[in-house]
Ligand binder design. Structure first.
Ligand code: SAH
Length: 468
């Protein structure tokens, strides 16, 4: 077998990145865009010693789990890896991924996992859930401004004003920005030459307040006839904040350092409601957040409410506890916890996020939350060893690489009654749980929430309890 050979494959499994997996002549092949259950003709694109990669040439018999994706461009865009897979099956794939990692990497018994793992929490409407979109602006072959994404290995933009994960307002806003650019002869930025002005349009939408924010990222410090752009955008219902961000560097980092508000407030407000974890119905408890163009904010607000409500539920607070929220970001979880705890401490490495966390605490009249800037693996050991801080409950929500070992050891020394681990990568979660459960903790509950329908990532929240 060699590159370009055509083979027939039955797709019998799915890899962690959503690719289809089939066997031919004892060899395993990974096939992008093939769906579990498909029978396909595939062209080999790369051979390794014991496995290979192939691409779909023709679908001989489509899987019964194959559905028509809402976005025609999903294969070329690459943002949604499993849009062609039935949503129920997507959820099953994610649940199995977490279960598999806990067993394989974490070393937990399958019977234990099956007993304590709750059904995956999916979405009723698994499209149009994102509250944030960032569209690159470029030019079509006639030089007209377009919004879209770069086709693989080229610098030509494939126009797409309407990503099906984003809100419908995105399209309206992009059309106004592009019309303004045409009317006022404002050039799109060109990655190759570094010339031109408009690089990206960032849009944020508050799902519960219906407030809209637009930030235009430019290669310069001002837009010509900017009042024409403002007139167009302010005619859109819900517009609350318009700003310009300056990014004159040759980089693929989207935002530059300087943001100027040119109309309205420099932020929008959104609310995150606590949900009843029995049926995820909304409760009266909510926390308000100010979100600026640069702020980190979870992109799927509906699922964030469910995930954080589970985390709060697992924390088991009665009003008296001292809680540490480690890797706290802008304090989303901390401020939720603060309503039910005696005292909450948050730790986060990004200073601006801690500024946001403090402002959001004040905005909600929360005065039992205190925040530290620094590395979790430095702040927590220092506060514990020097100042003797204490925790009834520790919540961690680390980035994909998981918790630092020093942090895990500090948790073991501090001996909180409960540890709630919120994770965006179940492989590192499993690795860290193995450390905690080899010592004084036992795994009590596991729950997965689908924050990214059509993509392959999944969030997990786990409760660990101190063994008496
Ligand atoms: N709980 C937050 C999101 C957490 S995402 C929320 O609800 O909004 C993970 C966070 O960990 C990010 O904000 C990132 O900046 C922070 N981080 C990454 N490495 C860190 C470290 N070593 N110490 C502390 N925070 C860190």
């Amino acid at each position: 077998m060699q590159k370009n050979d055509i083979i027939e494959l039955k797709i019998e499994d799915m890899g962690v990145d959503g690719e289809g997996i089939g066997k031919y002549d004892g060899m395993t092949f990974f096939v992008k865009d093939a769906v579990l259950g498909d029978e396909i003709e595939a062209r080999i694109t790369k051979m390794k010693k014991n496995y290979g990669y192939a691409r779909v040439e023709q679908i001989l018999s489509p899987s019964k789990f194959r559905v028509t994706p809402q976005c025609e461009l999903h294969r070329r865009c690459g943002g949604c890896q499993i849009q062609a897979l039935d949503y129920e099956k997507q959820l099953e794939f994610k649940q199995n991924k977490v279960r598999g990692n806990l067993i394989r990497i974490g070393g937990f018994a399958p019977e234990l996992i099956d007993r304590i793992m709750l059904p995956v929490v999916g979405m009723k409407e698994p499209y149009r859930y994102r509250n944030k979109a960032q569209f690159p602006i470029g030019a079509d072959k006639d030089g007209n401004p377009v919004a879209g994404f770069y086709a693989a290995r080229t610098h030509s933009i494939i126009p797409v004003n309407d990503c099906k994960l984003g809100v419908e307002e995105n399209q309206i806003i992009l059309n106004e920005v592009l019309s303004y650019m045409k009317e006022c002869h404002v050039a799109s930025y060109d990655e190759n030459t570094g010339k031109g002005l408009v690089r990206h349009v960032l849009i944020r939408y508050g799902f519960s307040t219906k407030e809209l924010m637009v930030c235009v990222i430019i290669n310069g410090n001002s837009l010509p006839k900017v009042e024409k752009l403002i007139d167009r955008l302010t005619a859109i219902e819900g517009m609350k904040s318009i700003s310009i961000n300056q990014n004159t560097k040759k980089t693929n980092v989207i935002l530059g350092d300087v943001t100027k508000c040119i109309w309205g407030d420099p932020y929008i407000t959104d609310m995150i409601h606590l949900r009843d974890t029995k049926d995820f119905s909304l409760t009266d408890t909510a926390v308000a957040y100010h979100i600026s163009p640069q702020s980190f904010y979870q992109v799927n607000p509906v699922q964030t409410e469910k995930l954080y409500s589970l985390a709060l539920d697992y924390a088991g607070l009665t009003g008296k506890e001292t809680v540490w929220d480690v890797y706290c970001g802008i304090g989303t979880i901390s401020l939720f916890l603060a309503q039910k705890a005696g005292k909450v401490y948050g730790v986060e490495i990004v200073p601006q996020a801690i500024e946001d966390a403090k402002n959001n605490a004040a905005l909600n009249g929360i005065n039992n939350a205190e925040f530290f800037v620094g590395k979790a693996e430095e702040v927590l050991p220092r506060e514990y060893e020097k100042n003797g801080v204490y925790a009834d409950v520790i919540v961690v929500d680390p980035p994909r690489k998981g918790c630092d070992e020093v942090l895990l050891n500090t948790i073991l020394k501090m001996k909180p009654e409960r540890v709630v681990y919120v994770s965006c990568d179940s492989a590192t979660l499993a690795r860290d749980l193995k450390v905690l459960c080899a010592a004084d903790y036992e795994l009590v509950r596991v729950s997965t929430t689908d924050m990214f329908p059509q993509g392959v990532h999944v969030e997990t929240v786990v409760l660990l309890s101190k063994v008496k």
